[in-house]
Design a protein around this ligand. Sequence first.
Ligand code: ADP
Ligand code: ADP
Ligand code: ZN
Length: 214
Amino acid sequence: MNVILLGPPGAGKGTQARILESERKMIQLSTGDMLRAAVASGSEVGQRAKAVMEAGQLVSDEIVIGVISERLNAPDVTNGVIFDGFPRTTAQAEALDTLLADKGMTLDAVVEMQVDDAELVDRVSGRYTCAKCGEGYHDRHKIPATEGVCDACGSTEFKRRADDNAETVKSRLDAYHAQTAPLIAYYSARGKLKSIDGMAEIGEVTRQLNAALN
Ligand code: ADP
Ligand code: ADP
Ligand code: ZN
């Protein structure tokens, strides 16, 4: 099964994608993670994406489509993929349709996670992740069982994203409403869209997500 998690920054896409990975052995494909890795490595793609990401704007369709196209060549995608943060524009959605068709893959569902803007600012501002395994946490909503120790891997090192500040979040939300929200109609017209309440607590969102996929 191949699914898209569609939603604004902080909606909980990454959190739910990791849960689906462990529950269903699917593969999370996060273009944000791929682009951050490219920036960290200093590759040509990374150099072109860095300033755009820091400003909270969208990286060009050409770069992002190139990155995802290459990733879809890896053999593990046959386990089923969760697209997290991709597509984000109509051009990306059209390119994905073509890529999937070329590879003989289907798109089974697009799950829209609905969360209010005020809540998103709080989610993003309080977000941090384990530096070793990438498990996601939040200053108030998701705290490790033992303070300062990752539940998933035991690491004591955590990191925060440079773009997770209240000011940049504003640009990212504007980009979502202007460039990504039209995908709700795009997938609805194709009979793929399911919407769930992303405001609920993490476990309840997982329950609604599983209900949408089954
Ligand atoms: P996205 O990948 O959509 O940008 P994340 O999954 O990284 O969002 O979640 C953003 C922040 O909100 C993280 O700190 C995460 O721990 C927290 N979070 C995720 N889902 C929920 C939820 N349902 N309720 C409260 N906090 C949540
Ligand atoms: P979030 O879910 O919190 O918005 P992501 O990790 O998905 O964060 O994305 C971080 C940044 O990476 C975005 O603000 C944007 O600059 C860039 N990015 C990620 N995915 C895409 C995409 N599909 N198209 C364009 N830019 C992207
Ligand atoms: Zn960890």
